[in-house]
Design a protein around this ligand. Structure first.
Ligand SMILES: Cc1cc2nc3c(=O)[nH]c(=O)nc-3n(C[C@H](O)[C@H](O)[C@H](O)COP(=O)(O)OP(=O)(O)OC[C@H]3O[C@@H](n4cnc5c(N)ncnc54)[C@H](O)[C@@H]3O)c2cc1C
Length: 505
């Protein structure tokens, strides 16, 4: 064991949406900050999402195996690199709706309130959108929460073919809106992520140190068990011990929970911060369906995501419960849809002999549909013999099916209005539920709240049980809402960052 002779004021574990953003927020304090990241920097060509090979090779999967509730192994779709999953995400940075912070009745149960309300998060959403250069536009989307200002940058324009679809959808009385996107101004690396907007600016400060390929394996407490004293990490096959005053986990909801459980000791026999027995429980991930429409007209295949539709977010006339959020996927040649659901295009390819994947992608328009799953204590991360188990039984399924069929009706009605210009042939809609290994929108495994018996973290995301231990990734979500999570993780990291800056002063 090598003991690092420096003592750090703050140690941050993980550089994704939560950790990367927090590092940037705390860097100007001048405090001695150590960031530990198990991955490395991704070379730019690795980030080239336009390369179809990327998807065939399933490049963005961690080289480790997890286990499902039946003990079957799978390779999780999670990215260990500087920037974490934001290096491969779609960069759609969407605010949760105002009501998402309240208790909401779903068909299969209640999605719990957050303990803080939308107004508490609003200033941080605004700060997050500025930091991540979010391009967007306020429109007449009835679910859009109130904003204290306009988007920092204008929305991207729709691909011409997408514009026609948007117009056709609007004619049906719906409210397609521009999808807020984080974009840099760099042609080489256009997508905004937590390396670009978090880690790189943080490292400009001399007081910040980043160690990559540094996998944290255990947190060690002091003898009373009241605080974390040191962090043990493996670097180049060697064990290192780092000492710090404030320890912040941002490993992603599954890995942070697993690390707390793996760090059990005689003072914390069920895992650190786990007196409530809630660490790892209430794991949520969205129902996420990808749907592909086929058109006889080719598109560029390389356009950005640009549309979102929330008209069914809270339900419709036939189903008075939340259904979810819809986005287009962007040009399928560059969209990660291939990575998440390779079978979708294979199904299409089989139905259209003579069509290569590239040609197929140029004639396809994809849609993502997201529906909230509800927190269930039996959906959980467990650790057994050092291995990660993910027990997950999906719930709230009818709401998702309703969303899919409602959307198919909308697209079909749109096609009729558009005549033959966009869809000369009837579109086909293969669809498939995203399987267990797609853990993109994971959250909920260390929920925050005021009561130590019903939550792991307090409202500042500090563990109730250990005075210097925080968790700032998506673990803190009490509910998943129906929108993608990254903007809320970023906003929360900025909020917790404010609290920590006060504490460090
Ligand atoms: C394909 C894909 C598309 C997505 N698209 C969108 C989108 O368009 N919009 C959106 O809002 N969300 C999207 N998401 C989800 C979004 O990327 C995540 O919600 C977000 O990145 C989670 O942030 P986080 O900080 O919780 O964790 P992560 O971003 O997962 O970061 C965790 C970090 O911790 C590191 N780490 C883990 N364990 C350890 C350890 N033991 N020691 C040291 N380091 C460790 C990891 O390497 C990683 O860098 C997408 C995700 C994927 C996979």
């Amino acid at each position: 064991m090598i003991i690092d002779d420096q003592h750090y004021d703050v140690i941050i574990v993980g550089t994704g949406a939560g950790g990367g953003t927090l590092a940037n927020k705390l860097a100007p304090t001048g405090k001695n900050i150590l960031i530990l990241e198990r991955g490395d920097f991704m070379p730019l060509e690795e980030q080239n999402r336009a390369n179809v090979d990327v998807f065939k090779k399933e490049r963005y999967r961690a080289a480790e195996r997890w286990y499902d509730k039946d003990g079957e192994t799978f390779s999780p779709q999670t990215n260990y690199a500087v920037g974490g999953n934001t290096k491969i995400y779609g960069a759609a940075l969407v605010r949760m709706r105002e009501k998402d912070f309240d208790a909401v009745e779903h068909q299969e149960g209640i999605s719990p309130e957050w303990g803080l309300n939308y107004q508490d998060f609003e200033p941080y959403y605004t700060e997050a959108e500025r930091l991540y250069m979010v391009h967007g536009q306020t429109t007449d989307d009835p679910t859009e929460p109130p904003r204290s200002g306009e988007f920092p940058l204008p929305a991207v324009e729709h691909e011409p073919q997408i514009q026609k679809i948007v117009d056709a959808i609007a004619k049906q009385g719906l409210h397609p809106t521009s999808l807020p996107l984080s974009l840099t101004r760099s042609e080489d690396d256009p997508t905004g992520d937590s390396e670009v907007f978090g880690i790189v600016p943080a490292l400009k400060h001399d007081n910040v140190t980043l160690k990559t390929s540094a996998k944290v394996v255990c947190l060690l407490t002091n003898s009373s068990g009241e605080a974390v004293r040191a962090v043990e990490a493996e670097i180049d096959g060697q064990s290192y011990l780092f000492f710090g005053d404030i320890i912040i986990l941002a490993c992603g909801a599954i890995n942070s929970a697993a690390l707390l459980l793996k760090s059990a000791n005689h003072k914390h026999p069920n895992g650190l911060a786990n007196s409530s027995d809630l660490v790892g429980r209430n794991f949520m991930k969205h129902h996420q369906t990808a749907m592909v429409e086929l058109s006889v007209n080719a598109n560029s295949g390389k356009f950005l995501r640009s549309v979102s539709v929330n008209d069914f977010y809270w339900g419709d006339e036939n189903f008075p419960y939340p259904m979810g959020h819809i986005e287009n996927t962007g040009g399928l040649l560059q969209d990660i849809i291939f990575a998440e659901s390779p079978p979708i295009l294979s199904v299409l390819a089989k139905g259209m002999p003579g069509f290569g994947l590239k040609q197929l992608a140029k004639r396809s328009i994809g849609w993502w549909m997201y529906t909230e799953t509800l927190p269930d204590p039996d959906n959980r991360v467990r650790v057994k013999d050092g291995k990660i188990y993910l027990d997950f039984t999906p719930n709230n399924i009818e709401a998702h099916d309703r969303l899919i069929y409602r959307w198919i009706d909308v697209l079909k009605a749109g096609e009729k209005k558009l005549g033959s210009s966009v869809f000369e042939k009837l579109a086909i809609y293969p669809r498939g539920e995203v399987p267990i290994q797609a853990v993109a929108n994971q959250c909920g495994t260390c929920r925050f709240g005021e009561d130590p018996q019903t939550s792991v973290l307090d409202l500042n995301c500090r563990t109730h049980d250990l005075e210097n231990l925080y968790v700032v990734d998506s673990s803190f979500f009490p509910s998943s809402s129906g929108v993608p999570p990254a903007l809320t993780i970023i906003a929360n990291a900025l909020r917790v960052g404010n609290h920590l800056k006060e504490k460090l002063r």
